[in-house]
Design a protein around this ligand. Structure first.
Ligand code: AP5
Length: 192
């Protein structure tokens, strides 16, 4: 299974990807996690990305594509993957298409988790308190949602127009959302 998980910040991509990874037995590739690991390691790339991420802006397409190519060069992606956090603009969508075509691994599903902004703000305020993620401050969350509307929403429209989009309601318990995703992508597999 080759899956691209889309949705606004806080829509539950990371949470559901962690479960889907176990269920589908494929690696979870989160560009946010890859970038946070670079920041934590204090690498040159991490130093470049740190402020941009804290503001809630997008890190450069060039850096992201390099990171992604590197990650996809590992053998564990041969049997499938869950990609979370990429693509975030139309240029990244085109780059992903090209990369997956070169690897002969086109994605099976692009799944968008939908959650209204009010609930997203509430979720991320809770995480800011619990985990203190630098980009979960109210200002950064507002900015991330604007960036999503301006830059990432066109990717959703693009996939929809090309019949490549599966929309899943991301509101409800973690189990309920998980079941909806599985029913959308692998209805022949029973959850439980
Ligand atoms: P990234 O890490 O991808 O952040 P994001 O998209 O903003 O996603 P989040 O991790 O905030 O949300 P999520 O949808 O994964 O939800 P989660 O499961 O965590 O990117 C961070 C930054 O890195 C970007 O802003 C950018 O700077 C940079 N970056 C990354 N990719 C890039 C790219 N491709 N190009 C350029 N820059 C890039 O859940 C959120 C919270 O809600 C959690 O507390 C969770 O417990 C809770 N929750 C989850 N599901 C539910 C539910 N059903 N009910 C109630 N609470 C729930």
């Amino acid at each position: 299974m080759r899956l691209v998980l889309l949705g606004a910040p806080g829509s539950g991509k990371g949470t559901q990807a962690a479960r889907l990874k176990e269920y589908l037995d494929v690696p979870h590739i989160s560009t946010g996690d890859l970038l946070r690991a670079e920041v934590a390691a204090g690498s040159p790339l991490g130093l470049q990305a740190k402020e941009v991420m804290a503001r809630g802006d997008l890190v450069s397409d060039e850096i992201l594509l390099g990171m992604l190519k590197d990650r996809f060069s590992r053998d564990d992606t041969r049997g499938g993957f869950i990609l979370d956090g990429y693509p975030r603009n139309l240029a990244q969508a085109a780059a992903l298409d090209q990369l997956l075509a070169e690897l002969r691994q086109p994605f099976d599903y692009a799944v968008q988790l939908t959650v209204d902004n009010e609930q997203i703000i509430e979720r991320l305020a809770g995480r800011a308190k619990a985990e203190g993620r630098a980009d979960d401050s109210p200002e950064s969350v507002r900015h991330r949602l604007n960036v999503y509307d301006q830059q990432t929403a066109p990717v959703i429209d693009f996939y929809r127009q090309h019949g490549q989009l599966t929309v899943v309601d991301g509101v409800g318990t973690l189990d309920a959302v998980f079941t909806r995703i599985v029913e959308a992508i692998a209805p022949e597999k029973q959850v439980g």
